[in-house]
Design a protein around this ligand. Structure first.
Ligand code: HEM
Length: 148
């Protein structure tokens, strides 16, 4: 079929989302896990000697950041389409982030997933996080090149 009507397109998107949600539920990824993952991870970030100060230099009010991160992960994992942001620009505006900052972020995130997720959910989410971290750091490098 070449053209779809608006309602057919809408139905097809909703069906895809439903399919995705079922596939994710089958490995233990759902809204409840995302809530727990984000809350636990940023509790640990705040208490972390290395990452804590980088975050607290920018984030004064945590609840809106946590809500934004939950929208982000639901969009990534459940294709809800509810995240609207500019991650590259936001991270490029922080103190220059190094490979070791990203490695540390990822190891804290992996340790959080070990504690809150089933093994298949952990593997799936970690794979997504690693690839987002890689594209984020590339995007930051590109943004900096354009500045100079
Ligand atoms: C060294 C590693 C990282 C540090 C220090 C860091 C720090 C931050 C900070 C301080 C903010 C708030 C920025 C603002 O509101 O102006 C932020 C936002 C955000 N971070 Fe990170 N981050 C890191 C890595 C990551 C990774 C690996 C991901 C994804 C897997 C990620 C996803 C996001 C998203 C989605 C936002 C919201 C962006 C927006 O609202 O446009 N971050 N991060």
């Amino acid at each position: 079929m070449l053209y779809m009507s608006f309602s057919e397109a809408r139905e097809s998107i909703l069906n895809e989302r439903l399919k995705r949600r079922r596939e994710m539920a089958a490995i233990g990824v759902d809204e409840t896990l995302i809530e727990r993952m984000v809350d636990t991870f940023y509790d640990r970030v705040r208490a972390d000697d290395h990452l804590g100060p980088i975050f607290s230099a920018t984030i004064r009010d945590w609840p809106p950041h946590l809500a934004q991160m939950k929208r982000f992960w639901r969009s990534i994992l459940l294709t809800t389409g509810e995240f609207h942001g500019s991650p590259v620009a936001r991270h490029a505006a922080l103190q220059p982030l190094t490979r070791s900052d990203f490695d540390h972020w990822l190891s804290l995130f992996a340790a959080t997933l070990d504690d809150v997720a089933t093994p298949p959910a952990r593997d799936h989410i970690l794979t997504r996080a690693r690839s987002i971290a890689a594209s984020l750091s590339q995007g930051i490098a590109r943004a900096r090149l354009q500045e100079n």
